[in-house]
Design a protein around this ligand. Structure first.
Ligand code: NG6
Ligand code: CA
Length: 511
Protein backbone atom coordinates (compact mmCIF):
# COMPACT_ATOMS: atom_id res chain seq x y z
CA UNK A 1 0.00 0.00 0.00
CA UNK A 2 2.71 2.43 1.13
CA UNK A 3 4.81 1.61 -1.92
CA UNK A 4 1.77 2.27 -4.11
CA UNK A 5 1.29 5.73 -2.63
CA UNK A 6 4.98 6.50 -2.93
CA UNK A 7 4.83 5.55 -6.60
CA UNK A 8 1.79 7.76 -7.11
CA UNK A 9 3.54 10.66 -5.43
CA UNK A 10 6.63 10.11 -7.51
CA UNK A 11 4.70 9.97 -10.79
CA UNK A 12 2.73 13.09 -9.80
CA UNK A 13 6.00 14.88 -9.05
CA UNK A 14 7.67 13.92 -12.29
CA UNK A 15 4.44 14.60 -14.17
CA UNK A 16 3.90 11.34 -16.02
CA UNK A 17 1.18 8.80 -15.60
CA UNK A 18 1.92 5.23 -14.54
CA UNK A 19 1.45 2.66 -17.31
CA UNK A 20 -2.28 1.83 -17.48
CA UNK A 21 -2.78 -1.81 -16.58
CA UNK A 22 -4.25 -4.09 -19.24
CA UNK A 23 -8.01 -3.64 -18.63
CA UNK A 24 -9.24 -6.74 -16.93
CA UNK A 25 -12.97 -7.46 -17.14
CA UNK A 26 -12.79 -9.46 -13.88
CA UNK A 27 -12.34 -6.49 -11.58
CA UNK A 28 -11.67 -6.77 -7.85
CA UNK A 29 -15.37 -6.86 -7.11
CA UNK A 30 -17.08 -8.90 -9.81
CA UNK A 31 -19.82 -7.13 -11.75
CA UNK A 32 -23.49 -7.49 -11.07
CA UNK A 33 -25.06 -9.35 -13.96
CA UNK A 34 -28.50 -8.62 -15.39
CA UNK A 35 -29.55 -11.00 -18.12
CA UNK A 36 -32.54 -9.68 -20.08
CA UNK A 37 -33.97 -12.75 -21.76
CA UNK A 38 -36.73 -11.91 -24.22
CA UNK A 39 -39.07 -14.63 -25.43
CA UNK A 40 -39.32 -15.20 -29.21
CA UNK A 41 -37.65 -11.90 -30.14
CA UNK A 42 -36.23 -12.13 -33.67
CA UNK A 43 -32.95 -10.86 -35.06
CA UNK A 44 -34.77 -8.02 -36.82
CA UNK A 45 -37.16 -7.04 -34.02
CA UNK A 46 -35.18 -4.18 -32.46
CA UNK A 47 -34.55 -0.74 -33.92
CA UNK A 48 -30.80 -1.30 -33.61
CA UNK A 49 -31.16 -4.46 -35.73
CA UNK A 50 -33.28 -2.81 -38.41
CA UNK A 51 -36.85 -3.00 -37.05
CA UNK A 52 -39.46 -0.84 -38.72
CA UNK A 53 -42.95 -0.29 -37.34
CA UNK A 54 -41.90 -0.27 -33.66
CA UNK A 55 -39.45 1.85 -31.70
CA UNK A 56 -37.13 0.29 -29.09
CA UNK A 57 -35.23 3.26 -27.64
CA UNK A 58 -33.98 1.49 -24.51
CA UNK A 59 -32.53 -1.55 -26.25
CA UNK A 60 -31.10 0.79 -28.87
CA UNK A 61 -29.35 2.81 -26.17
CA UNK A 62 -27.83 -0.37 -24.76
CA UNK A 63 -26.53 -1.19 -28.23
CA UNK A 64 -25.15 2.31 -28.75
CA UNK A 65 -23.28 2.26 -25.46
CA UNK A 66 -22.30 -1.41 -25.57
CA UNK A 67 -21.44 -4.19 -28.01
CA UNK A 68 -24.00 -5.20 -30.60
CA UNK A 69 -23.37 -8.76 -31.76
CA UNK A 70 -24.32 -9.79 -35.27
CA UNK A 71 -23.65 -13.56 -35.05
CA UNK A 72 -24.94 -14.52 -31.61
CA UNK A 73 -27.16 -17.56 -31.06
CA UNK A 74 -29.57 -19.00 -28.60
CA UNK A 75 -28.68 -22.62 -27.90
CA UNK A 76 -31.87 -23.84 -29.52
CA UNK A 77 -34.81 -22.71 -31.65
CA UNK A 78 -37.33 -23.21 -28.82
CA UNK A 79 -37.57 -22.11 -25.25
CA UNK A 80 -37.04 -25.03 -22.87
CA UNK A 81 -33.94 -26.40 -24.63
CA UNK A 82 -32.43 -22.91 -24.87
CA UNK A 83 -32.96 -22.16 -21.20
CA UNK A 84 -31.71 -25.55 -20.17
CA UNK A 85 -28.47 -24.99 -22.09
CA UNK A 86 -28.12 -21.44 -20.83
CA UNK A 87 -28.37 -22.48 -17.18
CA UNK A 88 -26.39 -25.74 -17.38
CA UNK A 89 -23.88 -25.10 -20.17
CA UNK A 90 -25.02 -28.41 -21.65
CA UNK A 91 -26.96 -28.88 -24.87
CA UNK A 92 -30.52 -30.04 -24.36
CA UNK A 93 -30.27 -32.82 -26.95
CA UNK A 94 -27.95 -34.65 -24.54
CA UNK A 95 -30.91 -35.27 -22.27
CA UNK A 96 -33.58 -35.00 -24.96
CA UNK A 97 -35.10 -31.97 -23.27
CA UNK A 98 -37.93 -30.49 -25.37
CA UNK A 99 -40.68 -27.87 -24.91
CA UNK A 100 -42.35 -28.83 -21.62
CA UNK A 101 -46.00 -28.92 -20.64
CA UNK A 102 -46.95 -26.78 -17.63
CA UNK A 103 -47.21 -29.77 -15.28
CA UNK A 104 -43.73 -31.13 -16.04
CA UNK A 105 -41.34 -31.81 -13.15
CA UNK A 106 -38.17 -29.76 -12.77
CA UNK A 107 -35.90 -30.60 -15.70
CA UNK A 108 -32.57 -29.73 -14.06
CA UNK A 109 -31.75 -32.16 -11.27
CA UNK A 110 -30.79 -30.45 -8.00
CA UNK A 111 -27.06 -30.94 -7.57
CA UNK A 112 -26.36 -30.27 -11.25
CA UNK A 113 -23.80 -27.48 -11.66
CA UNK A 114 -25.78 -24.47 -12.83
CA UNK A 115 -24.87 -20.89 -13.67
CA UNK A 116 -26.69 -19.50 -10.62
CA UNK A 117 -25.12 -22.07 -8.24
CA UNK A 118 -21.72 -21.10 -9.51
CA UNK A 119 -22.45 -17.42 -9.05
CA UNK A 120 -23.72 -18.11 -5.53
CA UNK A 121 -20.36 -19.70 -4.83
CA UNK A 122 -18.74 -16.52 -6.10
CA UNK A 123 -20.69 -14.55 -3.49
CA UNK A 124 -23.60 -13.43 -5.65
CA UNK A 125 -27.21 -13.08 -4.63
CA UNK A 126 -29.17 -14.71 -7.46
CA UNK A 127 -32.72 -14.13 -8.64
CA UNK A 128 -35.01 -15.14 -11.47
CA UNK A 129 -38.04 -13.06 -12.37
CA UNK A 130 -40.43 -13.97 -15.19
CA UNK A 131 -40.96 -16.96 -17.42
CA UNK A 132 -39.48 -20.24 -16.19
CA UNK A 133 -40.59 -23.15 -18.44
CA UNK A 134 -38.07 -25.60 -17.02
CA UNK A 135 -40.57 -27.64 -15.01
CA UNK A 136 -41.39 -27.48 -11.31
CA UNK A 137 -41.83 -30.05 -8.56
CA UNK A 138 -41.15 -33.73 -8.92
CA UNK A 139 -44.30 -34.85 -10.74
CA UNK A 140 -47.99 -34.65 -9.76
CA UNK A 141 -47.41 -31.21 -8.32
CA UNK A 142 -50.00 -29.90 -5.87
CA UNK A 143 -50.08 -26.18 -6.66
CA UNK A 144 -51.81 -25.43 -3.36
CA UNK A 145 -48.88 -26.49 -1.21
CA UNK A 146 -45.14 -25.96 -1.43
CA UNK A 147 -44.01 -26.32 -5.02
CA UNK A 148 -40.50 -27.77 -4.97
CA UNK A 149 -37.95 -28.46 -6.26
CA UNK A 150 -37.72 -25.37 -8.42
CA UNK A 151 -35.30 -22.52 -9.02
CA UNK A 152 -34.40 -22.26 -5.32
CA UNK A 153 -33.11 -25.82 -5.40
CA UNK A 154 -30.84 -25.20 -8.40
CA UNK A 155 -29.07 -22.02 -7.37
CA UNK A 156 -31.48 -19.10 -7.16
CA UNK A 157 -31.97 -17.24 -3.87
CA UNK A 158 -35.21 -15.67 -5.06
CA UNK A 159 -37.79 -16.47 -7.71
CA UNK A 160 -40.95 -14.84 -8.98
CA UNK A 161 -42.26 -16.87 -11.86
CA UNK A 162 -44.67 -17.34 -14.63
CA UNK A 163 -44.34 -21.12 -14.24
CA UNK A 164 -44.41 -22.31 -17.89
CA UNK A 165 -45.60 -20.02 -20.70
CA UNK A 166 -48.34 -17.43 -21.07
CA UNK A 167 -50.29 -19.87 -23.22
CA UNK A 168 -50.13 -22.78 -20.75
CA UNK A 169 -51.77 -23.49 -17.42
CA UNK A 170 -51.27 -22.88 -14.54
CA UNK A 171 -52.02 -19.20 -15.12
CA UNK A 172 -50.74 -17.99 -11.73
CA UNK A 173 -47.56 -16.48 -10.32
CA UNK A 174 -45.24 -18.55 -8.17
CA UNK A 175 -43.07 -16.70 -5.64
CA UNK A 176 -40.34 -18.93 -4.23
CA UNK A 177 -42.27 -22.10 -3.31
CA UNK A 178 -45.82 -20.74 -3.26
CA UNK A 179 -48.52 -19.73 -5.71
CA UNK A 180 -49.29 -16.07 -5.00
CA UNK A 181 -52.79 -15.13 -3.79
CA UNK A 182 -54.43 -18.55 -3.43
CA UNK A 183 -57.20 -19.01 -0.90
CA UNK A 184 -57.43 -22.41 0.85
CA UNK A 185 -61.15 -22.85 0.11
CA UNK A 186 -60.67 -22.59 -3.67
CA UNK A 187 -57.88 -24.94 -4.59
CA UNK A 188 -56.18 -24.77 -7.97
CA UNK A 189 -56.07 -27.86 -10.12
CA UNK A 190 -54.66 -28.39 -13.59
CA UNK A 191 -54.56 -31.27 -16.03
CA UNK A 192 -52.96 -31.75 -19.40
CA UNK A 193 -55.13 -34.79 -20.11
CA UNK A 194 -58.67 -34.51 -18.83
CA UNK A 195 -61.11 -31.60 -18.89
CA UNK A 196 -62.78 -30.64 -15.60
CA UNK A 197 -66.53 -31.31 -15.86
CA UNK A 198 -68.58 -28.13 -16.24
CA UNK A 199 -65.54 -25.87 -16.75
CA UNK A 200 -65.80 -24.07 -20.11
CA UNK A 201 -63.05 -24.44 -22.70
CA UNK A 202 -62.19 -22.40 -25.76
CA UNK A 203 -63.16 -25.38 -27.87
CA UNK A 204 -66.75 -25.53 -26.67
CA UNK A 205 -67.32 -21.81 -25.99
CA UNK A 206 -65.30 -19.87 -28.61
CA UNK A 207 -67.68 -16.92 -28.30
CA UNK A 208 -66.10 -16.10 -24.91
CA UNK A 209 -62.67 -15.52 -26.43
CA UNK A 210 -60.93 -12.21 -27.16
CA UNK A 211 -58.54 -13.88 -29.63
CA UNK A 212 -59.48 -16.90 -31.72
CA UNK A 213 -57.07 -19.79 -31.13
CA UNK A 214 -55.98 -23.01 -32.82
CA UNK A 215 -57.18 -26.36 -31.36
CA UNK A 216 -54.03 -26.84 -29.23
CA UNK A 217 -54.65 -23.49 -27.50
CA UNK A 218 -58.39 -24.01 -27.00
CA UNK A 219 -58.64 -25.41 -23.50
CA UNK A 220 -58.84 -23.45 -20.19
CA UNK A 221 -60.22 -19.91 -20.61
CA UNK A 222 -58.55 -17.29 -18.43
CA UNK A 223 -58.92 -13.53 -18.89
CA UNK A 224 -60.89 -14.11 -22.12
CA UNK A 225 -58.06 -16.16 -23.67
CA UNK A 226 -57.97 -19.93 -24.11
CA UNK A 227 -54.77 -21.77 -23.17
CA UNK A 228 -53.05 -25.14 -23.50
CA UNK A 229 -54.18 -27.41 -20.65
CA UNK A 230 -57.22 -27.61 -18.40
CA UNK A 231 -57.57 -25.71 -15.15
CA UNK A 232 -60.10 -25.12 -12.41
CA UNK A 233 -60.26 -23.19 -9.12
CA UNK A 234 -57.69 -20.76 -7.73
CA UNK A 235 -59.79 -17.77 -8.88
CA UNK A 236 -58.11 -15.28 -6.53
CA UNK A 237 -54.67 -16.23 -7.87
CA UNK A 238 -55.27 -16.10 -11.61
CA UNK A 239 -53.17 -13.60 -13.50
CA UNK A 240 -54.35 -10.84 -15.80
CA UNK A 241 -51.96 -10.86 -18.76
CA UNK A 242 -52.06 -7.07 -19.12
CA UNK A 243 -50.48 -6.72 -15.64
CA UNK A 244 -47.29 -8.60 -16.55
CA UNK A 245 -45.17 -5.55 -17.43
CA UNK A 246 -45.80 -3.79 -14.14
CA UNK A 247 -45.70 -6.82 -11.88
CA UNK A 248 -42.51 -8.36 -13.28
CA UNK A 249 -40.77 -4.99 -13.52
CA UNK A 250 -41.61 -4.16 -9.90
CA UNK A 251 -40.29 -7.52 -8.72
CA UNK A 252 -37.05 -6.99 -10.64
CA UNK A 253 -36.61 -3.51 -9.22
CA UNK A 254 -37.21 -4.76 -5.69
CA UNK A 255 -34.64 -7.54 -6.20
CA UNK A 256 -32.04 -5.03 -7.41
CA UNK A 257 -32.76 -2.68 -4.53
CA UNK A 258 -32.48 -5.48 -1.97
CA UNK A 259 -29.17 -6.78 -3.29
CA UNK A 260 -27.34 -3.47 -3.38
CA UNK A 261 -24.38 -4.31 -1.10
CA UNK A 262 -23.62 -7.73 -2.56
CA UNK A 263 -22.97 -8.58 -6.21
CA UNK A 264 -26.11 -9.96 -7.79
CA UNK A 265 -27.27 -11.95 -10.78
CA UNK A 266 -30.74 -11.20 -12.09
CA UNK A 267 -32.15 -13.52 -14.74
CA UNK A 268 -34.99 -11.35 -16.05
CA UNK A 269 -36.99 -13.58 -18.28
CA UNK A 270 -39.74 -11.81 -20.20
CA UNK A 271 -43.10 -13.27 -21.15
CA UNK A 272 -43.06 -10.86 -24.11
CA UNK A 273 -43.19 -11.29 -27.03
CA UNK A 274 -44.56 -14.82 -26.75
CA UNK A 275 -48.23 -15.55 -27.37
CA UNK A 276 -50.81 -14.68 -26.18
CA UNK A 277 -49.84 -11.08 -26.89
CA UNK A 278 -51.94 -8.89 -24.63
CA UNK A 279 -49.97 -5.76 -23.82
CA UNK A 280 -51.15 -3.35 -21.14
CA UNK A 281 -53.64 -0.75 -22.53
CA UNK A 282 -50.96 1.97 -22.37
CA UNK A 283 -48.96 0.06 -25.00
CA UNK A 284 -51.90 -0.88 -27.21
CA UNK A 285 -51.55 0.83 -30.57
CA UNK A 286 -48.10 2.32 -29.96
CA UNK A 287 -46.59 0.29 -32.80
CA UNK A 288 -47.81 -0.03 -36.38
CA UNK A 289 -47.95 -3.80 -36.13
CA UNK A 290 -50.78 -4.62 -33.73
CA UNK A 291 -50.25 -6.68 -30.55
CA UNK A 292 -46.92 -8.24 -31.60
CA UNK A 293 -45.35 -4.83 -32.21
CA UNK A 294 -46.99 -3.38 -29.09
CA UNK A 295 -45.54 -6.26 -27.06
CA UNK A 296 -42.07 -5.34 -28.37
CA UNK A 297 -42.64 -1.74 -27.25
CA UNK A 298 -43.82 -2.98 -23.84
CA UNK A 299 -40.75 -5.20 -23.49
CA UNK A 300 -38.55 -2.24 -24.34
CA UNK A 301 -40.27 -0.08 -21.72
CA UNK A 302 -39.67 -2.79 -19.09
CA UNK A 303 -36.01 -2.89 -20.05
CA UNK A 304 -35.78 0.87 -19.64
CA UNK A 305 -37.49 0.81 -16.24
CA UNK A 306 -35.07 -1.82 -14.91
CA UNK A 307 -32.07 0.05 -16.30
CA UNK A 308 -33.37 3.16 -14.57
CA UNK A 309 -33.44 1.27 -11.28
CA UNK A 310 -29.79 0.31 -11.75
CA UNK A 311 -29.02 3.97 -12.36
CA UNK A 312 -31.01 5.06 -9.31
CA UNK A 313 -29.09 2.61 -7.13
CA UNK A 314 -25.77 3.88 -8.51
CA UNK A 315 -25.09 0.46 -10.05
CA UNK A 316 -24.96 1.22 -13.77
CA UNK A 317 -21.16 1.09 -13.99
CA UNK A 318 -20.79 -2.01 -11.84
CA UNK A 319 -23.33 -4.03 -13.81
CA UNK A 320 -22.83 -6.13 -16.90
CA UNK A 321 -26.10 -6.19 -18.81
CA UNK A 322 -26.70 -8.89 -21.39
CA UNK A 323 -29.77 -8.53 -23.56
CA UNK A 324 -30.85 -11.39 -25.80
CA UNK A 325 -33.66 -13.74 -26.84
CA UNK A 326 -34.41 -17.43 -26.24
CA UNK A 327 -35.13 -18.27 -29.90
CA UNK A 328 -36.05 -16.71 -33.21
CA UNK A 329 -39.28 -14.99 -34.16
CA UNK A 330 -42.71 -16.44 -34.90
CA UNK A 331 -45.79 -14.63 -36.13
CA UNK A 332 -48.72 -17.04 -35.91
CA UNK A 333 -48.04 -19.24 -32.88
CA UNK A 334 -51.62 -20.24 -32.16
CA UNK A 335 -53.70 -17.08 -31.74
CA UNK A 336 -55.24 -14.67 -34.21
CA UNK A 337 -53.58 -11.44 -33.15
CA UNK A 338 -52.92 -9.79 -36.53
CA UNK A 339 -49.18 -10.52 -36.36
CA UNK A 340 -49.15 -11.61 -40.01
CA UNK A 341 -51.69 -9.15 -41.37
CA UNK A 342 -50.08 -6.06 -39.84
CA UNK A 343 -46.43 -6.91 -40.39
CA UNK A 344 -45.91 -4.31 -43.13
CA UNK A 345 -42.25 -3.96 -44.15
CA UNK A 346 -40.93 -5.17 -40.78
CA UNK A 347 -38.67 -8.25 -41.05
CA UNK A 348 -38.70 -10.10 -37.72
CA UNK A 349 -35.83 -12.39 -38.78
CA UNK A 350 -33.81 -9.64 -40.48
CA UNK A 351 -32.08 -11.06 -43.56
CA UNK A 352 -32.23 -14.66 -42.34
CA UNK A 353 -34.48 -17.57 -43.23
CA UNK A 354 -36.82 -19.43 -40.88
CA UNK A 355 -37.55 -18.48 -37.29
CA UNK A 356 -38.63 -20.16 -34.07
CA UNK A 357 -38.61 -23.99 -34.45
CA UNK A 358 -36.36 -23.79 -37.51
CA UNK A 359 -32.94 -25.23 -38.30
CA UNK A 360 -32.53 -22.35 -40.73
CA UNK A 361 -30.48 -19.52 -39.36
CA UNK A 362 -33.24 -17.36 -37.85
CA UNK A 363 -34.13 -20.21 -35.47
CA UNK A 364 -31.21 -19.30 -33.23
CA UNK A 365 -29.57 -16.14 -34.65
CA UNK A 366 -30.84 -13.57 -32.17
CA UNK A 367 -29.97 -10.09 -30.98
CA UNK A 368 -27.28 -9.95 -28.30
CA UNK A 369 -26.11 -6.76 -26.65
CA UNK A 370 -23.48 -6.54 -23.92
CA UNK A 371 -23.41 -3.33 -21.88
CA UNK A 372 -21.04 -2.39 -19.09
CA UNK A 373 -20.33 1.33 -19.05
CA UNK A 374 -16.74 2.20 -18.31
CA UNK A 375 -15.50 -1.32 -18.97
CA UNK A 376 -16.87 -2.23 -22.38
CA UNK A 377 -15.87 -0.03 -25.29
CA UNK A 378 -18.88 0.46 -27.59
CA UNK A 379 -18.72 -1.36 -30.90
CA UNK A 380 -20.06 -4.07 -33.11
CA UNK A 381 -18.93 -7.69 -32.89
CA UNK A 382 -19.15 -10.37 -35.53
CA UNK A 383 -17.94 -13.03 -33.11
CA UNK A 384 -19.75 -16.35 -33.37
CA UNK A 385 -21.12 -16.97 -29.89
CA UNK A 386 -23.77 -19.17 -28.31
CA UNK A 387 -25.69 -18.59 -25.10
CA UNK A 388 -24.34 -22.00 -24.08
CA UNK A 389 -21.06 -20.15 -23.68
CA UNK A 390 -22.44 -17.70 -21.13
CA UNK A 391 -21.82 -20.20 -18.29
CA UNK A 392 -18.02 -20.47 -18.69
CA UNK A 393 -17.70 -16.82 -19.76
CA UNK A 394 -19.59 -15.45 -16.78
CA UNK A 395 -17.63 -17.75 -14.46
CA UNK A 396 -14.47 -16.03 -15.66
CA UNK A 397 -15.98 -12.57 -15.28
CA UNK A 398 -17.15 -13.47 -11.77
CA UNK A 399 -13.68 -14.76 -10.95
CA UNK A 400 -14.63 -18.38 -10.16
CA UNK A 401 -13.17 -21.52 -11.70
CA UNK A 402 -15.51 -23.98 -13.38
CA UNK A 403 -15.96 -27.07 -11.23
CA UNK A 404 -14.69 -30.31 -12.75
CA UNK A 405 -17.18 -31.61 -15.32
CA UNK A 406 -19.48 -28.58 -15.10
CA UNK A 407 -20.95 -27.04 -18.25
CA UNK A 408 -19.33 -29.44 -20.73
CA UNK A 409 -20.63 -27.60 -23.82
CA UNK A 410 -19.69 -24.11 -22.61
CA UNK A 411 -16.62 -22.25 -23.87
CA UNK A 412 -15.05 -19.30 -22.13
CA UNK A 413 -15.72 -16.44 -24.54
CA UNK A 414 -15.47 -13.74 -21.88
CA UNK A 415 -13.05 -11.78 -24.03
CA UNK A 416 -15.44 -11.78 -26.99
CA UNK A 417 -18.35 -10.95 -24.72
CA UNK A 418 -16.68 -7.83 -23.35
CA UNK A 419 -14.55 -6.58 -26.27
CA UNK A 420 -15.64 -5.94 -29.82
CA UNK A 421 -13.12 -7.31 -32.29
CA UNK A 422 -12.21 -10.38 -30.23
CA UNK A 423 -12.75 -13.71 -31.99
CA UNK A 424 -15.64 -15.94 -31.04
CA UNK A 425 -16.11 -19.62 -31.57
CA UNK A 426 -14.87 -21.49 -34.63
CA UNK A 427 -17.69 -24.05 -34.44
CA UNK A 428 -21.23 -23.63 -33.18
CA UNK A 429 -24.10 -26.06 -32.79
CA UNK A 430 -27.65 -24.93 -33.46
CA UNK A 431 -30.38 -27.12 -32.02
CA UNK A 432 -33.84 -27.35 -33.64
CA UNK A 433 -35.79 -30.38 -34.83
CA UNK A 434 -32.44 -31.40 -36.23
CA UNK A 435 -29.01 -30.19 -35.23
CA UNK A 436 -27.06 -27.86 -37.49
CA UNK A 437 -23.46 -26.77 -37.48
CA UNK A 438 -21.84 -23.42 -38.13
CA UNK A 439 -18.20 -23.19 -39.14
CA UNK A 440 -17.16 -19.69 -40.16
CA UNK A 441 -19.58 -18.55 -42.85
CA UNK A 442 -20.71 -22.10 -43.60
CA UNK A 443 -23.88 -23.61 -42.27
CA UNK A 444 -24.50 -27.34 -42.52
CA UNK A 445 -27.86 -29.02 -41.88
CA UNK A 446 -27.53 -32.81 -42.02
CA UNK A 447 -30.14 -34.98 -43.72
CA UNK A 448 -33.01 -35.31 -41.31
CA UNK A 449 -34.55 -38.54 -40.07
CA UNK A 450 -37.84 -36.64 -39.86
CA UNK A 451 -38.78 -36.17 -43.53
CA UNK A 452 -40.81 -33.03 -42.89
CA UNK A 453 -42.13 -30.70 -40.21
CA UNK A 454 -45.14 -31.75 -38.13
CA UNK A 455 -48.51 -30.71 -39.58
CA UNK A 456 -49.17 -27.98 -36.98
CA UNK A 457 -46.04 -26.15 -38.14
CA UNK A 458 -46.75 -26.61 -41.80
CA UNK A 459 -50.27 -25.25 -41.36
CA UNK A 460 -48.78 -22.02 -40.00
CA UNK A 461 -46.28 -21.74 -42.85
CA UNK A 462 -43.32 -22.26 -40.50
CA UNK A 463 -40.22 -23.75 -42.13
CA UNK A 464 -38.49 -26.32 -39.93
CA UNK A 465 -35.49 -26.51 -42.26
CA UNK A 466 -35.71 -30.29 -42.52
CA UNK A 467 -34.73 -32.19 -45.64
CA UNK A 468 -33.81 -35.79 -46.42
CA UNK A 469 -30.78 -34.34 -48.28
CA UNK A 470 -27.76 -32.56 -46.79
CA UNK A 471 -27.91 -28.76 -46.88
CA UNK A 472 -24.91 -26.45 -46.99
CA UNK A 473 -25.09 -22.68 -47.19
CA UNK A 474 -22.58 -19.84 -47.30
CA UNK A 475 -24.16 -17.25 -45.04
CA UNK A 476 -22.05 -14.28 -46.07
CA UNK A 477 -22.97 -14.70 -49.72
CA UNK A 478 -26.40 -16.14 -49.07
CA UNK A 479 -27.80 -15.11 -45.67
CA UNK A 480 -31.26 -16.23 -46.75
CA UNK A 481 -30.11 -19.87 -47.21
CA UNK A 482 -31.61 -20.17 -50.67
CA UNK A 483 -28.76 -21.82 -52.54
CA UNK A 484 -27.81 -25.31 -51.33
CA UNK A 485 -24.10 -25.84 -52.00
CA UNK A 486 -24.05 -29.46 -50.79
CA UNK A 487 -24.10 -31.06 -54.25
CA UNK A 488 -21.12 -28.90 -55.32
CA UNK A 489 -19.08 -29.33 -52.14
CA UNK A 490 -19.30 -32.98 -51.04
CA UNK A 491 -15.94 -32.85 -49.23
CA UNK A 492 -16.96 -29.94 -47.04
CA UNK A 493 -20.26 -31.69 -46.34
CA UNK A 494 -18.39 -34.78 -45.22
CA UNK A 495 -15.98 -32.79 -43.05
CA UNK A 496 -18.78 -30.87 -41.40
CA UNK A 497 -20.72 -34.08 -40.78
CA UNK A 498 -17.65 -35.50 -39.03
CA UNK A 499 -17.25 -32.35 -36.95
CA UNK A 500 -20.91 -32.48 -36.03
CA UNK A 501 -20.58 -36.14 -35.01
CA UNK A 502 -17.62 -35.33 -32.81
CA UNK A 503 -19.49 -32.48 -31.07
CA UNK A 504 -22.56 -34.64 -30.57
CA UNK A 505 -20.58 -37.57 -29.16
CA UNK A 506 -21.44 -38.06 -25.49
CA UNK A 507 -19.46 -35.95 -23.05
CA UNK A 508 -18.12 -37.49 -19.88
CA UNK A 509 -20.51 -35.59 -17.70
CA UNK A 510 -24.22 -35.25 -17.92
CA UNK A 511 -26.46 -33.21 -15.61
C1 NG6 B 1 -45.72 -25.06 -28.88
C2 NG6 B 1 -47.00 -24.25 -28.90
C3 NG6 B 1 -46.64 -22.79 -29.05
C4 NG6 B 1 -45.65 -22.36 -27.99
C5 NG6 B 1 -44.47 -23.29 -27.99
C6 NG6 B 1 -43.49 -23.00 -26.91
C7 NG6 B 1 -48.75 -25.61 -30.02
C8 NG6 B 1 -49.40 -25.93 -31.32
N1 NG6 B 1 -47.82 -24.67 -30.05
O1 NG6 B 1 -46.00 -26.40 -28.69
O2 NG6 B 1 -47.76 -21.98 -29.03
O3 NG6 B 1 -46.26 -22.35 -26.74
O4 NG6 B 1 -44.88 -24.62 -27.83
O5 NG6 B 1 -42.89 -21.79 -27.12
O6 NG6 B 1 -49.08 -26.17 -28.99
S1 NG6 B 1 -41.55 -21.53 -26.41
O7 NG6 B 1 -41.09 -20.22 -26.85
O8 NG6 B 1 -41.83 -21.55 -25.00
O9 NG6 B 1 -40.64 -22.58 -26.84
CA1 CA C 1 -39.35 -18.77 -26.78
Amino acid sequence: MKIHWLLCLLTALIGCKPQAPEPSPAAARPPNIVLFYVDDLGYGDLGCYGATGVATPHADRLAREGIRFTDAHSAAATCTPSRYALLTGTFAFRSQAAVLPGDAPLLIRPGTPTLPTLLQQAGYRTGVVGKWHLGLGSGNTDWNGEVRPGPLEIGFDYSFLLPATGDRVPTVYLEDHRVVGLTPEDSLRISYRTPFPGVPTGMDQPERLRQAADPQHSQAIVNGISRIGYQTGGASALWTDEDFPDIFTDKARAFIASAADQPFFLFFSFHDIHVPRLPHPRFQGVSEMGPRGDAIAQMDWMTGAILEELQRQGLAESTLVLFTSDNGPVLNDGYEDQAVARLGSHRPAGPFRGGKYSAFEAGTRVPLIAHWPGTITPGESQALISQTDFFASLATLAGVPLPEGAAPDSQDLSQALTRAGQPGSTLLLEEAMTLALRQGPYKYIPPSALPQAPAWLQQKGIEAGLSPLPQLYHLEEDPGETHNLAPQMPERVERMQQLLDSLVAPKNTKP
